[in-house]
Design a protein around this ligand. Sequence first.
Ligand SMILES: *Cc1c(COP(=O)(O)O)cnc(C)c1O
Length: 424
Amino acid sequence: MRPPSVDALARSIEGTELPQPLLVDAAREAIAAGDPTSAAERAHAIERALLRPVINGTGVLLHTNLGRAPLAVPASPARYSNLELDLVTGKRGSRHGHAASLLARAAGAEAALVVNNGAAAVLLVLAALATGRDVAVSRGELVEIGGGFRVPEVLAQSGARLVEVGTTNRTRAADYDDANRTGALALILKVHQSNYRIVGFTETAEVGSLTAIGPPVVVDLGSGLLDAATPWLAGGPPDWLAGEPAARQTLAAGAAIVTFSGDKLLGGPQAGVIAGRADLVAACARHPLARALRPGALVLDALQSTALAYLRRDGAAIPFWRMATIQTDELRRRAEALWAQAGPDVGARVVECESVPGAGSTPGMVIPSAGIAIDGDHTQVLRAFDPPLIARVRDACTVVDLRTVESGDDPLVAKAVATLTASA
Ligand SMILES: *Cc1c(COP(=O)(O)O)cnc(C)c1O
């Protein structure tokens, strides 16, 4: 039998919204594989690979694979914005005037600049302030953050020269002082260890003890906690935040510049923030790389909303903080309601969970939570649900942690779990 024509097969695929060229791809692949009947399945695979909303049942609040901080994207009609227009004078304005200046205000910084991500922020600071010059970094802070961000490599890319100081476990202010003996240091760089802890016989130099040495102290905070006092949370700082360095306090201690991500503990869109001394921030903004690393209006709009929520001290308006601080009792009540809807048939049960902030923030810290568990590994079936439900396997059970699930999505979770009866 002759194989069907690609076009005829593509036209015959039903139940997908894919544009014609992608249906043709699916048909062509199916024919090339000698299995024309697989065309629809291949089309669905293409469709499922598209970017789409998922329900995060993992309990990891900042899940790298799920886009880190949850983000509310308002549906809006096509529109222009005053991205680079000064509405008072009618002259060209600056795209750094909106989100960046609000973040500076919220962090207690003289000025701020927004770039694409945290890695870009570090790269730009080093390129603008230290190309061809020496930068001192503690041997205990020459870290790899994940996803290929390695401090020595970023330093090399920026054109700055790495001067290692101290040892892996102990670095003192005197070590930085020695490195600056000839006055050659352009910067002292401190990097938050983020995703691991060195414990035992350790010592690190506080920012405050480094400012007197001379060169500007730059601190890559990574996680982007804006203020350790968390004035946007009615209950004050939660226990799991203990020890996490914050932008406001690090600047107050004398750091000239701090850098951090927009989508970690800040709870905004993917972005990188450079905040601190106005002259240094301006030097970063003037550097040719700034143009290559600048974000667009979508990101700046979302980041502006986040910054305004901080200035209003309205943590509930920031999805990450709302989810991170929901009372465990409330999650348990939701889990019980969900169990009643979906559970009895599939042998689900309400369980205690441990959520984590994630994204390398607050390593080792957990947030008590609640969810439901079902015996066996059903994660693949739940991923195939529409919308996909991402769950974890713990002790041979599938666990859905409700801390990272919007309460409005509970009925969808119940429905997804109920489908497991059929597949169990
Ligand atoms: C996460 C992190 C980065 C990288 O930030 P991205 O936004 O992922 O580019 C850099 N430095 C530290 C300390 C981090 O924790």
